[in-house]
Design a protein around this ligand. Sequence first.
Ligand code: ZN
Ligand code: ZN
Length: 912
Amino acid sequence: MLTADELESRREEINAGGDLGRLYERLLQRAGPVLERMPPVPDTKALLTANGGVCPEDGTRLEFNPWSPRDHRCPRCERQFSGARHDAAWAHYQHLWLAERAAHLATLGVLGERDNAARRAEQLLQAYRSYSEFPNRDNVLGPSRLFFSTYLESIWLGNYLTAAILLREAGRLGEDTAEIVASIADESAALIGEFDEGLSNRQTWHNAALASVAVWFEDEELATRVIEGPSGIVAHLLHGFGADGMWFEGDNYHLFALRGQLLAMRWAQQAGVSMLADPRLSERVAAALRAPALTALPDFTFPARKDSRFGVSLAQPMYLELWEVGLARLRETEDTADELWDWLGRLYLSPAPPAQTFDSYLQEAGEAAPLHPRTRADLSWWPLLEMLPSVPEQTPAWSPGSTFLEGQGLAVLRRGNRYVSLECGPLGGGHGHADRLNLLVHAEGEYWLPDFGTGSYVARDLFWYRSTLAHNAPRLGGESQPTGDAVCDNFEHSGEWAWTRGHFGELTRSIVAGPSYILDVVELAGADDRLLELPLHLSGAVEVQSLGRWEPDDVPDEFVRQVERLGHEPAPVVLRACGEAGVSLGVHLVADGDLLRAIGPGAPGSSEPRSFLIRRARGQNLRFVTVLEPSRGQPLIGAVRVIDSAIEVETMAGVDRHLATVEGWEVRTPSGVVRLRGGRQQPRAFQPLVQLDRPVPTRGIAVQIGDPPELNGTTDGFDPSEPLQLDHDDQYRRSEDPYAGPEEFSAQAYVNWNDDGLYLAVQVFKADVHPRDPSTPPLQLDNEPDEIHADGIQVYVRLPGQETMSGWLIVPSTVNGELIVRPVSNCMNEGARVSGSWQPTGQGYTVTAAIVPAGWTPPGPEEEVGFDLLVNQTVPGRMRRAGQLVWSGGGGWVWLRGDRQDPGRLGILEVR
Ligand SMILES: [Zn+2]
Ligand SMILES: [Zn+2]
């Protein structure tokens, strides 16, 4: 990370004492246990499973203790657990922690000329001499030997090579160690280089790892490709971080991607490319450092928008380092972002959070929680190489105020310690939630209307946290919002007032924030009667101050229970949510509909369910008006009234009359008229970095027959004149290995039909057949159906005129030639029927099935049916499927696809 000359001058700065001297001493102290004895090195690959590393009693993540490879403690119930799955989960963090320690010790060895640290760092490098024996299989997202996903391998390799390169620069790397390092760098880089993820938070880490490999081998060609290539370091800086500086996948991935990005840029610098010399790039780095400070909640946690952990403080040591390193680098440029030094200072002064377990930061693992706020001396090896020796003096104060983040479509209305945000803008890729027009409120120290972020990716409740009902966002028709982008139409702040308005399809939400209260208006303007629901996840103890009785009601949802409706007179409902230390939030609900309350999951990681409210109404033109009044003492609002199109809020000071106007919003207050406008240009549509061209759809023919075929696991009775072939390289979705060819794995299918439905015969050619034993205990790998990891097929049908497809996972059973049939989630399967059987053939197996899709009517002449057939491939010795053949083609990777198929990819069956 630093050249020999740079190391020499850094040594002098550390020897001068100050913050760097203190950080050095603290790092030396922290290294004590590892210097004392060699830590355990896992001899197994890390595995991601639903039950590994998780308390079987309460679902809490088991503590990661680098010194305890076999016994794993639950921090909640304090019991110890053991077993291979827990060990494999432990290995995930241990591999990462060891590479981090290697970098840590090498830094001490080189900068402090500590022989014992340099020697231990070298031992840690040598400990991976059997790297190539770790199996590259059963991965979840991309090839990897030590882990289950490529990005983890990338994080690991970056730290591993940091240690090796530092030692080499200081002349402390033995030749035999250098040989081990070279062979690992070579092999690991091949895996990482093969799995290009395009524009992705993970790709920033792949770029960092590949750039470190380029530095290790002094490979200029690789360096150029990693820096300038289409998914390289420059592309990620300019396209991954929006003009507002925020990463397109939200705060959590912003912080993760920014660390990868800053590390990658450091390696690029060592390879001779100084990106910050280009003002466009340094500006973007400054914006990326500013963005999370702009969206931070008043308690210095980040709002858990999209897939994010909930309630994580930006004062985590991992995040403090982003500003230390980033701001230090910007000092050399025009955009110094100097006001962020004050922001960073406030983070240091805020209560120190216990360090969380992060893939990219494990320095405090196994240590006790800090007793005092962290200082600059409590950081890791990285700032020892890069941070300024002292914080610059007389920098401007940080005062964020109300702000609009263009790329995120996020409006933040701030006043004192009150924070209100409305989220419009794009969904945000695969980590986005169905939460457009979500409202967050944090005031008087309480997160009154929170965003819960996401818990575990392998747990069932992932579907809850990504649903609309888990947010303070409106939904229509009793279903989560469809995938799509919302648009912010207005944003303006003027004196004591601020407002914003956004729309999402037929829904509009206006938020007006004044000196003492927040007005929230959700409107539906549609052509048909729709069911509109608006959940409100209020924190604190909620009291209903209106008269009325709760009566049983229903909101059909897997995660929601004990639904009740408040039976009351048609008058406003007033609630009060009471928080800590006498603060409260008054909630006035006016206008259309019913008020429901229900129990749903609590914040991720809490096993406590939590009560929440839902406003509900049906109609064409609907309006929900809510006034929220956070207060520390006596509330000021007397009443809220809706009179025609005006909304009146009566306070101690008089009546505020709110009215939507042509250009925006008007508030007539006792002291004058406030006009809010701030109309916005429609933003340009988000352009992904890698544009996938829609191919011409694959075509086939479904032949009409008279009598149904035998359906006995042979092609008896089928018309075989129009076979569908699955035997081409382009039809194979691979995992670790590419397509081995049709001799190893291929399929041929016949689709016939008559008035009663479709008939499908699939002949699969492969060496070993693994039917599924229905009594097998669950694999507990993740939240996907286990049957995708067995031999079997996935079938998707979209009849003429249908918008939604039907889909099934159909798997040979060990019992009597039967089929195990599972409807695919998110498909329309009501009233659909599948029956049939299978037989082994000596060259593989044949599945035959009668399929009556939902809404089946015999297609007319010349009509076309959307269709796809996928064949999963199991291979002996693996837990997860090796790949799948896809009739419609397209190639690509099989990872994370579950039992789903993109409806836009379906091929076409001509009906004859
Ligand atoms: Zn437990
Ligand atoms: Zn969310």
